[in-house]
Design a protein around this ligand. Sequence first.
Ligand code: DX5
Ligand code: ZN
Length: 231
Amino acid sequence: MNRYLIAPSILTADFGRLKDQIQEADTAGPLIWHLDVMDGHFVPPLSFGTEIIKTVAKATDNLIEVHAMVAHPTEHFDSFTEAGASRLIFHYEAAMEAPNLGGPGLGETVLRARETGSEVGIAINPGTRIDEIEELLPEIQQVTVMLIRPGWGGQQMNPELLDKVKQLREISTRLNLLLNIEVDGGIKPNNAKLCIDAGANILVAGSAIFNQDSTPQQNLAEMKKSSPNLE
Ligand code: DX5
Ligand code: ZN
């Protein structure tokens, strides 16, 4: 059985008191830390790198996943894992482009992520179809379906993209896979249940958890209230 969990993204957290913010959120119950690494190439912004992953790892016992929005994912797998990540999520689109940049192809990217001992996730942009990744599903532990264009927190989700979540859940049930289906982008208490009903079991939430309005604990509680399946 897949667990239903919130995965807070720290993009809009207060980095001046990051350790405290992590520990405050951790008091709200089980969760997954979703760390958005951006390289200024795969997506225009730069976010943060391994030092922040290490800071989070020191502050929490919860699982850390890295969402690598980077053009050369394989070059960073070892440093992400050494910094404390135990799930590596790379973008399908980056892996498809990598051979043109002198890097390995898609299958090899999956293998190299797995070689670190981490769980492996593939993230797909709004324009990528499920059939493009279908044959890899038995090889990986997670698919992260982007409900926004990656690169920025605080955007509105496109609910039509939840059709891809439905397709994934149908394939995963048919093939009897223990696949996590994560959704990322624009998830709030008022649409969390929509994502779960479509078949998602991990909900990334950035600005819904870290904002000026309330504490991370209160925001996590609010999100859980909206969807009874969430732990
Ligand atoms: C965007 C990131 C998301 C983002 C989510 O590229 O992948 O994880 O931080 O933030 P919200 O929940 O504010 O859309
Ligand atoms: Zn993300």
